[in-house]
Design a protein around this ligand. Structure first.
Ligand code: FAD
Length: 189
């Protein structure tokens, strides 16, 4: 059992749609699948999407990280995938997150300003910028509920088949009549 961490940068192939519920809809679908799959194998990390580019960070068992990254690399929703970090680690540093999401925020804007970067272009990040970006995702307190479509969608409750309302009223009326008849019969005894 050996833990590793992996970070990569890539370029989205889709045209960004208007943000809904705090996140671009293609990215929302990616997050939903990632959270489901990563939680199952104990992968943690974060995803940043901005300027039509991705920066993703993953931590977990070496085999699980590699299997997941192989699927990610085959995904045609992005291209020009460049591995920025891949190395062993002692322990996971994103304790609770199967895939934390950070949208363009003040933190990222000030990160770009500090490094005099015109736009978000993770393919050309230095090692130091990668570490700063990972820390930024780790520290982000963006409400993850906002970007969690599965939580945002109403959850259907489990109910049995409903009787049509006419039938319901008929049954109530029959019950009232039955009770009335029993009371009347009781008075005759
Ligand atoms: P499937 O059942 O194959 O698909 C799940 C959903 O995704 C379905 O609704 C399906 O329609 C949709 N989908 C799958 N592929 C495409 C596609 N090419 N275009 C449009 N919709 C598609 N997966 C992870 O498990 N963990 C991650 O951390 C992770 N990070 C990702 C980061 C990025 C930037 C991208 C682009 C993808 C990432 N993915 C991640 C998704 C990954 O590439 C695979 O699509 C996914 O792992 C397949 O999982 P599945 O077999 O359970 O899902």
């Amino acid at each position: 059992m050996s833990l590793i961490r992996l970070a990569y940068a890539s370029e989205a192939t889709f045209d960004a749609q208007p943000v809904a519920k705090g996140v671009e809809p293609h990215v929302a679908r990616i997050l939903m699948t990632s959270r489901k799959n990563n939680a199952r194998v104990g992968l943690v990390g974060g995803l940043y999407y901005g300027n039509n580019r991705f920066f993703q960070y993953l931590e977990g068992e070496e085999e699980d990280v590699h299997k997941t990254f192989d699927r990610i690399k085959r995904d045609d929703r992005h291209r020009n995938i460049l591995t920025l970090i891949e190395e062993p680690i002692e322990a996971r540093t994103f304790s609770d997150w199967s895939m934390k999401y950070v949208p363009l925020s003040e933190d990222v804007r000030s990160f770009l300003e500090r490094h005099r970067l015109d736009s978000f272009h993770p393919q050309s990040f230095t090692a130091e910028q990668c570490e700063e970006m990972i820390q930024l995702i780790r520290d982000s307190n963006q409400s993850q509920k906002l970007v969690n479509y599965d939580e945002a969608e109403p959850v259907p409750t489990r109910k049995g088949p409903e009787a049509p309302s006419g039938l319901r009223y008929g049954l109530i009326a029959a019950a009232v009549c039955l009770v009335g008849a029993l009371i009347y019969a009781g008075t005759l005894l």
